[in-house]
Design a protein around this ligand. Structure first.
Ligand SMILES: C[C@](O)(CO)[C@H](O)COP(=O)(O)OP(=O)(O)OC[C@H]1O[C@@H](n2ccc(N)nc2=O)[C@H](O)[C@@H]1O
Ligand SMILES: Nc1ncnc2c1ncn2[C@@H]1O[C@H](COP(=O)(O)OP(=O)(O)OP(=O)(O)O)[C@@H](O)[C@H]1O
Length: 306
């Protein structure tokens, strides 16, 4: 995350996430009935922008959304309190003893319900932004504690970069981008330029995990949820098969899907894959990005509060 502070407001760019490895174990009572995970998170250069502005005392919060691909966020009856960024605002307000009189404007570029942690990214940006906007000086350990209560991917989204995740995903061991583990991932072709194949369809993370308990992992998949996501969303399997047959990859489903990730280190590979995906209508949206990304400092013009 890269906050650019302003007098009455703050803006952050929040990256998406993929899982370079996702091992899913049994559900555990000590994990709140969630599955035990062992994963490698990698932040991806697809950025949502979260803008926070202080509002008049007692005026409450305000949420506005912008973007061409808002998925089910766009429903007329969508309750703003269900938005993960608003949940983060309310959790931070309670923890800090603040009133949540803040406007949140989100410019969404991360596909919704895609397995890219778009909601967690916005919530993480909101938490980091409020920590600055309200001058809380809240330590990372406290932010991580609040984040883990809001969602399994959220603690990683606070940090970005590369990190191992265990527990239900909330216990992080950040990886040094110049260190031996990151170099091993790079030699395996799991870092650098990539293509995301995204869909208008969404998959519910809870439903994917529930179906995983019946379907189980596929042989040799990097992501144990991949076989389940492809069973629930066959176009994801089609997109991965096209990449494999073209000898481009590694190729895998991102998190709980349905979006697919194909590492395409050479420009001609990206050109070939984009052509194949379009010819076969295998995906609805193609996004090129790099991973892992570190927090970016982008000076933003912050306008006065609304
Ligand atoms: C698939 C991943 O994206 C991989 O990083 C994450 O495990 C999912 O993280 P997330 O979207 O933040 O998931 P949450 O919103 O916290 O949980 C949604 C639902 O997924 C299931 N869930 C989630 C994480 C986990 N380790 N085991 C689970 O069984 C639970 O039913 C949970 O109620
Ligand atoms: N700010 C937000 N951005 C995206 N989705 C949100 C947001 N707030 C709430 N949601 C809801 O969460 C669900 C999907 O969230 P998200 O986009 O994080 O899914 P995901 O990328 O599959 O997550 P994960 O990779 O963690 O499984 C949708 O039903 C959406 O309505």
């Amino acid at each position: 995350m890269s906050p650019a502070a302003g007098r009455d407001g703050i803006a952050l760019y929040c990256p998406a996430k993929i899982n370079l490895r996702l091992r899913v174990g049994p559900t555990r009572a000590d994990l709140g009935g969630q599955h035990r995970l062992d994963t490698i998170y990698s932040a991806v250069g697809i950025w949502d922008r979260v803008e926070l502005r202080q509002r008049e005392p007692g005026s409450g919060f305000r949420l506005t959304l912008e973007g061409e691909h808002l998925g089910d966020l766009n429903r007329r009856d969508a309750d703003p309190r269900a938005n993960l960024a608003v949940k983060a605002l309310l959790a931070m307000a309670q923890a800090a003893g603040h009133q949540p009189d803040v406007s949140i404007h989100i410019v969404k570029r991360i596909p919704v319900g895609a397995g890219l942690a778009g909601g967690s990214a916005d919530a993480a940006g909101t938490m980091l932004g409020l920590n600055r906007l309200w001058n809380l000086g809240m330590p990372a350990t406290e932010l991580d504690r609040i984040a883990a209560q809001l969602g399994a991917d959220l603690p990683f989204c606070l940090h970005g970069g590369l990190s191992r995740g265990t527990g239900f995903g909330q216990i992080l061991q950040p990886l040094d981008l110049a260190g031996p583990q990151a170099q091993r991932l790079s030699r395996a072709g799991l870092t650098g330029h990539l293509l995301i194949g995204a869909y208008e369809d969404q998959l519910s993370t809870a439903q994917v995990y529930k179906a995983f308990d019946l379907i189980g992992p596929g042989p040799n998949d990097l992501n144990d949820l991949q076989e389940t996501a492809c069973t629930l969303h066959p176009r994801s399997r089609q997109a991965l098969d096209l990449a494999r047959r073209a000898g481009i990859g590694p190729a895998f489903v991102s998190g709980s899907g349905p979006s697919v990730v194909v590492m395409a280190p050479r420009p001609e590979q990206a050109v070939t894959l984009i052509r194949l995906w379009r010819e076969q209508n295998a995906v609805d949206r193609i996004i090129e990005a790099d991973s892992p990304v570190l927090p970016r400092i982008i000076p933003l013009r912050v306008t006065h509060g609304q």
